[in-house]
Every structure is written in C-alpha cells, then in structure tokens.
Design a protein around this ligand. Structure first.
Ligand code: 5AD
Ligand code: SF4
Length: 444
C-alpha cells in the first residue's frame, strides 16, 4: 500500500447492536482527539470506519460489498478501517480479500486505532484483534459531549454460549468495568449534556463490582449509585439474561424513580426442548415467572424480548409454544429473527435445520402477533400524560421527538430545547410511535 496524506475527515458507520453504537462513538472521539473532523453529511470522508456486526447471515458479505462501494467523488478510495465483530471473527480473511482495507481492528482493541492510522498513512496495513480486558477503556479519551440519551458500556462479553451465538467468540469472556470508572464516565456524560444513561452490556445484569466502601454490588447497586447524580434524570439498561436477574434488580424497579419502567429480557423461544438445545439455561415457565415478579415490583413496566424462529429441530408444536408465550406476555415491543447458522457455533452443525420457507412463514406469524401487541400497548397509553425526554428535532418545522418512560417514540409540536423533559399527553397511537401534546415544562 502506498503512503497517503493524513485524513482530515472521518465517518464511522456502526451496524448492529447498541454496544457497537457506543464503540462507534468512542472511536469517533479518538479520531476527533487527533484533530480529524466528522465529514459533513453527504460529503466524502478521507477515513471511513465500518463498525460491523456478525450476528446474522451474510454479515461478512455485506462488509465486502460496502468496502467495494466506498469511493470518493474523484474515484479514489478513502482510508478504510474495518472494526466490530466481523473484524474480530474474520480479520485475516478481510486483509487477504480486501486490499483497499488498511486497518482491521477488533472490539477490544480499537483504542489502538490512532497508532494503526499512523501506520496506514505511512502505507502499512495492520490487523489488531487482541482481547486485553479493560485496557481499552483506560486508554480512551475522557468523554466530552453527550446526547440527551447516552450509552455507557458497563460490561462486555458473554460466558453463556447459547448454541446459535457468535458473541462469546467475538466479544470474549464476561468482564465488568470497575465501579469508579463507570461513575466517573457517567459524571462526564451528565456534565456533557446527558439526561438519560443506558447501561450497556451483552449480559448487562451480570455486572458485578465493588462500591466506594469495597462492598460487593450488582447492577442494581450500580443503578442506585448513579441515581444519586443530581442532573441525571433517567437510567435504563440492556441487554439482560434471565439467569442473571437478581432479587435486588427486580426490587430496584419498584424503588428507584429514575430507573425507567422498561425491561428488555430476551427469551428466544417458548419451547422448553428448543430452549434446552439453545443452551439458554431457563425454561419458558421460569421466564414467565420472572416477568411476573418484575410486574409485581413495577406494574406499568413495558416488556421487550428477542426471538429466534427456525432454530434446528423446531417443530410446528415448538413454534406454537413460542406463540403462546407471546400471547401470555403481551410485549410492548420485541425483536424477532430467522435463525441463521453462524460458522463455528454448535447449532450450525446440528441436524434438522429448518427449511427457509418454513422460517419465513413462522417469522411472519410471529411478527404479526408482536406488532399487534405493540399496537395494543401503544393504544393503551393513549390519554396518559408522562414526562418525555426531548432527543431531537422532527422532520416538520416545530416538531420534536422524544421518548416516553416506556421507550415509545413520541412526536409533538413545541419550542422547548433538546435535552429538556416535558410533560406530554399521549394523544394518538401508531404502530411505532405516539403523537403527543405538550402539557407543561417539567423538570429540566
Ligand atoms: N441467528 C438468528 N438470530 C440470532 N441472534 C443471535 N444469534 C443469532 C443467530 N445465529 C439474535 C438473538 C439475540 C439477538 C441480539 O440476536 O435473538 O438475542
Ligand atoms: Fe449470545 Fe446467548 Fe450470550 Fe446473548 S446470552 S450474547 S444470545 S451467547
């Protein structure tokens, strides 16, 4: 590769989960620290970071086609870095197959991006997929600006080894960031403008640490501490695993006003044999009982989940069990996917892979039921007045978009500022958002 002038502008494109969004923000901060500025909307960037997701099918193919399409208006290629889970899983292959890529950096190594960039400018291609736990966070610059609703990664990795999932391989073993570091980062986010913080982790409720006094605490203890930050109004967390739900976390939902009434608790299937084959370590009934306990602590809690249809061996009866579980829960929202074999995972080589047309049909039925329940949840909210955190401007002049406590998107006309929390009456329900009317300015 030839030497190139140092890049003046960058663009980070993040795909997949919220952890990637967080990592993308942190990579942007690293580049900004180097004096590189974000490329204006619609203009070429000198450096493009593709922050990839490997969780579903054709992820790698999509990355290669994205790389192929990256070209500046004058026909030249920008500097290209591939980050995220595809980088971790297929680093060497990317280097071999895509000569225009000069940096491949895994999710635990991206703090080294500036050094890799220096090498890229000198014409050297580098791959860094090391997985040193925590080191990344210590090496990142302090946070400065923050959106009204900001992410904070508190935990990374997964030890659960669900048989369909690549995450334990691409993100490594479960690690928790130290309490003091999290408190400091949260304080900086709040100082930088955040009113809401969403605590992130592949298994966020597996977070453990020690508080100021050296006492062992779990996620609920961390939430309790963060709730004492005066200018922080809202706390959320995602994604949780049923096995790591504690009594303390359930109780926190009834006791901490700043903890929003929302729980994303993936179940994947409603069939016990399938859950066993998935190595989920819970059954359908245990999951439903957990949700009942959350509802007892916080009766208005909005529930969300993840589902996979067409896991190997899934019969019509297994799928029916999933539909029954959906009916029993009444989700406020949910994500559902067709099973996709991920190379290197145990399920990829299991017998009885389900035919694609069967998966399509089941996904349609499941999504129809989930959409129905989401609409019902939104309709049941009509007439309620609730605090809405204003996150951004809407498409029409004078229109603003914010989130209700139950994570519904709410549109309304107002001249309040982004970052304010206003009392809004939820006036009309749509499938994916609510139309609201401002009542009065609430806590700001
Ligand atoms: N196929 C389909 N869906 C998957 N997920 C994870 N791995 C796979 C796979 N191989 C889904 C799960 C998980 C969500 C983030 O992605 O539902 O909870
Ligand atoms: Fe993947 Fe299961 Fe870990 Fe979630 S809990 S990241 S689905 S292995």
């Amino acid at each position: 590769m030839r030497a190139t002038p140092p890049p003046k502008t960058y663009r980070v494109k993040s795909f997949g989960c919220q952890m990637n969004v967080y990592d993308g923000e942190r990579m942007a901060e690293l580049l900004a620290d180097r004096g590189i500025v974000p490329a204006p909307e619609g203009e070429d960037a000198d450096l493009v970071v593709l922050n990839t997701c490997h969780i579903r099918e054709k992820a790698a193919e999509k990355v290669y086609s994205d790389i192929g399409r990256l070209r500046k208006a004058d026909g030249s290629k920008p500097l290209i870095a591939v980050a995220g889970c595809v980088a971790q899983a297929e680093g060497e292959e990317i280097m071999a197959r895509a000569p225009s890529v000069s940096m491949v950096v895994g999710p635990q190594a991206y703090h080294r991006l500036p050094e890799m960039l220096d090498k890229a400018v000198a014409g050297e291609r580098t791959t860094d997929t090391d997985m040193p736990p925590i080191a990344k966070f210590d090496a990142l610059p302090a946070r400065r600006r923050a959106a009204p609703s900001a992410f904070l990664t508190v935990q990374e990795g997964c030890d659960k080894f669900c048989t369909y999932c690549v995450v334990p391989y691409t993100r490594g073993a479960e690690i928790s960031r130290p309490f003091a570091d999290l408190l400091a980062e949260a304080e900086r986010l709040v100082a930088g403008g955040a009113r809401e913080i969403t605590l992130l982790g592949q298994n966020v409720n597996a977070w453990t640490g020690e508080d100021h006094k050296g006492r062992a605490i779990g996620l609920d203890g961390l939430i309790r501490e963060l709730a004492t930050l005066p200018d922080l109004a809202r706390i959320r967390y995602t994604t949780s695993h049923p096995m790591d739900v504690t009594d303390g976390l359930i109780a926190a939902h009834g006791e901490i006003d700043k903890l929003m009434p929302f729980l994303h608790l993936p179940v994947q299937s409603g069939s016990d044999p399938i859950l066993k084959a998935m190595n989920r370590s819970h059954d359908a009934d245990g999951y439903l009982r957990l949700l009942e306990r959350f509802r007892a602590a916080r009766p208005d809690i909005a529930l969300s989940g993840d589902f996979i249809v067409g896991f190997p061996g899934e019969s019509e009866a297994d799928f029916e069990a999933t539909m029954q579980l959906v009916d029993a829960v009444g989700y406020a929202q949910a994500f559902s996917f067709k099973y996709s074999p991920r190379p290197g995972t145990p399920a990829a080589t299991m017998a009885d892979q389900v035919a694609p047309e069967v998966m399509d049909e089941r996904l349609q039925r499941l999504q129809a039921a989930l959409n129905r329940d989401q609409m019902a949840f939104n309709q049941a909210s009509v007439g309620k007045t609730c605090p809405v955190l204003v996150e951004r401007k809407g498409k029409k002049p004078g229109q603003l978009l914010g989130k209700s406590p139950w994570l519904q998107s709410v549109w309304f006309d107002s001249d309040v500022s982004i970052g304010e929390i206003v009392e809004v009456e939820l006036a009309e329900a749509g499938p994916n958002s609510m139309a609201g009317r401002v009542r009065a300015s609430a806590t700001t």
